[in-house]
Every structure is written in C-alpha cells, then in structure tokens.
Design a protein around this ligand. Structure first.
Ligand code: DX5
Ligand code: ZN
Length: 220
C-alpha cells in the first residue's frame, strides 16, 4: 500500500446531494476531506462557509483538511477549528504575520498549513519551514475547480523538498488543482505526499473507483 494521501475536494461535489457524496468519501479509500473556503476577496469566487462545513463535519468520518482562501484568516481560526477542522491551511499571500498565525493554529490543536499561489516561490518559506506541518502548492490559480494543471508545479515540489530537507523531514507537501491520473505519479516522484482532487473525482463516472485509482498510483 502506498503512503500518499488522497483528499477529494468537496468543492466539486453536488451540493444538492452533499450527504451522499460525504458518505461516498467515507466509504472510499480517501484519507481526508478537502474543504475549500473562499471569501470573494482573496479569490474571485465564493464557495461555502462554516455552517456548511459544520454540516459536513457531522457526517464525515475522515479528517477535514481546510483550505482558507480568505484575507485576514486569523479572524476565523477559532470558528474553523470549532467547525471540525483538523488541518487549517492559510495562504502565504494573505498573512502579514505568518509565524503568529501558524502558532495560533497549533494552539488550537490543529495541524498548520501554508498554501502558495502559483506565482509565489517556495523560497519565501525558508525562514519558517520548521514551523509548518503542511505546504499546499497551488497547481492552479485558487478560486475555481476544473482548471488546467500548471506544469512548473513539479519543479516547485522538488525545490520545496530540498528546502525542507534536514529541517522538516515530516513536512507534508500537498498539491491542489488539476490533479488526476495524468500527473499523480510524477507529483509523487517529485516529492508530494497529499493529492487534492476535485473534478477528476466528482466528474468521473465512478468516484469511489477513481479515488481507489489515485490511491494506487505509484511514484513515476
Ligand atoms: C481551487 C481549490 C481546489 C479545487 C481543485 O481553488 O483550492 O481545491 O477544488 O479542483 P480541481 O481538482 O477540479 O482542480
Ligand atoms: Zn483547495
């Protein structure tokens, strides 16, 4: 069995039958639920907020991996935790005092993640890499599902793995956007640990089987 994690993105689920999709993920080989929260300011879209996340948490039997695409995330860390988050990921570009924000997330008992937009180099994390549990490398511009995977992501994964070597060897590298069978193996070979997949899973004929396929991918 492979050690990488699969995190289906609920953003791509059918919100009119969200309960069924949650149960599907519960019964699949998925490891986490990826929860995309948007504010219409940090990204040009609005997804859903904490009341919906609470409803998901009520039925989910796997950890909620929450991706906050919002400005000033410090204001929402407590409600995020109270809504069922196990991993809270904030955007590097949205945090003026990232060190303080990460400490606040850990203080709540959550794993602390940092997401990087496609244009943000991994080198910005050089002085804080030891304080991060997870880095989410955005392989599309955040805000929408179903976008085309940016090829330069592989290079960023390799650079980040090198940056973390010896200073944070348990760092989880997550890839978010345009992930599917076409790039999963190469992402794992580059050093990725967590694959987020939205449309590739939920737009497929058999989402449970698609999750199993992603879970079975070998690094290549
Ligand atoms: C994009 C979100 C992603 C999105 C991925 O802003 O952060 O998590 O749901 O969707 P796909 O896998 O369809 O690119
Ligand atoms: Zn996301």
């Amino acid at each position: 069995l492979s050690k990488h994690l699969i995190a289906p993105s609920v953003l791509a689920a059918d919100f009119a039958k969200l309960y069924d999709d949650i149960i599907m993920v519960n019964n699949s080989q998925a490891d986490w639920f990826h929860i995309d929260i948007m504010d219409g300011v940090f990204v040009p879209n609005i997804s859903f907020g904490f009341p919906v996340m609470q409803a998901i948490a009520k039925h989910a039997t796997k950890p909620l991996d929450v991706h906050l695409m919002i400005v000033d995330p410090d204001r929402y860390l407590q409600v995020c935790k109270d809504s069922g988050a196990e991993v809270i990921t904030v955007h590097y570009e949205a945090c003026t005092h990232l060190h303080r924000t990460l400490a606040a997330i850990k203080e709540l008992g959550c794993k602390a993640g940092v997401a990087l937009n496609p244009h943000t180099p991994v080198s910005v994390l050089a002085d804080i890499i030891q304080d991060i549990d997870l880095v989410c490398i955005m392989s599309v511009n955040p805000g929408f599902g179903g976008q085309k995977f940016i090829q330069y992501t592989y290079e960023k994964v390799r650079q980040l793995r090198a940056l973390a070597a010896g200073r944070n060897d348990s760092l989880l590298i997550e890839i978010d956007g345009g992930v599917g069978s076409a790039n999963a193996g190469a992402l794992l070979a580059a050093g990725a640990d967590v694959l987020v997949a939205g449309s590739f899973v939920f737009a497929s004929e058999d989402p449970t089987a698609t999750i199993a396929t992603l879970k079975a991918v070998d690094p290549q």
